[in-house]
Write a protein that binds this ligand. Structure first.
Ligand code: PBG
Ligand code: MG
Length: 326
C-alpha cells in the first residue's frame, strides 16, 4: 500500500494545512430580537436568546462586533396593540426598528446593520403579507399590495441608517420594487440581502414563539417554498439576481445544504444561509440533555453550511461561535 490518506491527518499542523473550509467570526450575521421595553427578557421558546431593550441590543451587538462578527439583523417583537391589518407600524419612522438602527449606527458606525423586511411582526393576521378573504372564506395573501408596503418599510429602514435590508416575505417581484424605491430616494448604496429560497418550514416554530408572530390562521405555503423543490429554488434565485439583489439567501440551512450548493454553483453573487431557530434549538436541547457536545455539534453544523457553499451564515450562535473560534 503506497497511498495512505491518513498521512494528511497525522497532526494538527498537517490537518490545518489541508483543511479546505475555514470558519471565522467574519462569516456570521447575528440575528437579534428586540422589544420596546427597558428590560432585557430571556425568550422562553429559545433558551440562550434574549429579547433585548435598545440599550441591551447596542451592548450585545458591540460585544459581538468586538469578537469579529461584522453584522446583525434585527427582529422586533411588536405589542399586539400596534398590530393592524395594514401593518402601518412597519413604516413608522419612530417605530422600534428605526430607533434601534439609529442607536446601533451611532454607537457602532462600523457594524453592518441589516433589517428584516416583512409584515408578520406588524400584521394582525400574522402573515408576511396583507391578507384578504375570498367570498368563499379562503385567506388570500395579496402580493402586489404587500410589495408596496414592503417598499415603504424598506425606505423607512434606509432613512434610519440601515446598511442593508433583507426581505424575508417571499412575495414575487419585491426585490425589483424595493431596489427601485431605494434608488429613487437616493439610497442606491443600501444593499438587498434577499431571502430567495425560503421554505415553508417547521423549523421556524421557536422563532414565531419568540416574536408572537405565528399566523393567526392558515399557513405560509402559498408564499414560502415547498420543501420538496430544488429547481424552483434556482428559479427564485435567478429572479432575485435579475431584480437586483446583492446577496441571495437560503433558509433554513442544515436540511437544505443541497440547495445552498446548487445556488452557489448557479450564481457569482454571495450566498447566505440562515441556520434557523429550530436548527439552533435541536442542538441546544440535545446539548442540555447531555446527549451531544453542544459546542462541537454547533461548530460542525456551521462548517457544514459553509462547506456546502454559504459565504455567510445567519446564526444564533454567532457570538458564542466567535468566542469559541477566537
Ligand atoms: N418573516 C418571517 C421570518 N423571518 C425569519 C423567520 C424565521 C427565523 C427562524 O426560525 O430562526 C421568519 C419566520 C417565518 O417565516 O414564519
Ligand atoms: Mg421570489
Amino acid at each position: 500500500m503506497h497511498i495512505r490518506p491518513r498521512r494528511n491527518r497525522r497532526s494538527p499542523a498537517i490537518r490545518s494545512l489541508v483543511r479546505e473550509t475555514h470558519l471565522s467570526a467574519a462569516d456570521f450575521i447575528y440575528p437579534l430580537f428586540l422589544h420596546d421595553s427597558a428590560e432585557d427578557m430571556p425568550i422562553a421558546s429559545m433558551p440562550g436568546c434574549t429579547r433585548w431593550s435598545i440599550d441591551g441590543l447596542v451592548k450585545e451587538a458591540g460585544e459581538a462586533l468586538a469578537l469579529g462578527v461584522p453584522a446583525v439583523v434585527l427582529f422586533p417583537a411588536i405589542p399586539e396593540s400596534l398590530k393592524t391589518p395594514d401593518a402601518a407600524e412597519s413604516w413608522n419612522p419612530e417605530g422600534l426598528v428605526p430607533r434601534a438602527v439609529r442607536a446601533l449606527k451611532e454607537a457602532h458606525p462600523e457594524l453592518c446593520v441589516i433589517t428584516d423586511v416583512a409584515l408578520d411582526p406588524y400584521n394582525s393576521d400574522g402573515h408576511d403579507g396583507l391578507v384578504e378573504r375570498s367570498p368563499e372564506g379562503e385567506l388570500i395573501i395579496l402580493n402586489d399590495k404587500t410589495v408596496k408596503v414592503l417598499c415603504r418599510q424598506a425606505l423607512c429602514h434606509a432613512e434610519a441608517g440601515a446598511d442593508m435590508v433583507s426581505p424575508s416575505d417571499m412575495m414575487d417581484g419585491r426585490v425589483a420594487m424595493i431596489r427601485h424605491t431605494l434608488d429613487s430616494e437616493s439610497f442606491e448604496d443600501v444593499g438587498i440581502l434577499s431571502y430567495s429560497a425560503k421554505y415553508a418550514s417547521g423549523y421556524y416554530g421557536p422563532f414565531r414563539g419568540a416574536l408572537d408572530s405565528a399566523p393567526k390562521e392558515g399557513d405560509k405555503k402559498t408564499y414560502q417554498m415547498d420543501p420538496g423543490n430544488a429547481r424552483e429554488a434556482l428559479r427564485e434565485a435567478a429572479l432575485d439576481e435579475a431584480e437586483g439583489a446583492d446577496m441571495l439567501m437560503v433558509k433554513p440551512a442544515g436540511p437544505y445544504l443541497d440547495i445552498i450548493a446548487r445556488i452557489r454553483e448557479s450564481t457569482v453573487l454571495p450566498v447566505a444561509a440562515y441556520q434557523v431557530s429550530g436548527e439552533y434549538l435541536m442542538i441546544e436541547s440535545a446539548a442540555a440533555s447531555g446527549w451531544v457536545d453542544g459546542k462541537a455539534v454547533a461548530l460542525e453544523s456551521l462548517i457544514g453550511i459553509k462547506r456546502a457553499g454559504a459565504d455567510m451564515i445567519l446564526t444564533y450562535y454567532a457570538k458564542r461561535a466567535a468566542e469559541w473560534l477566537r
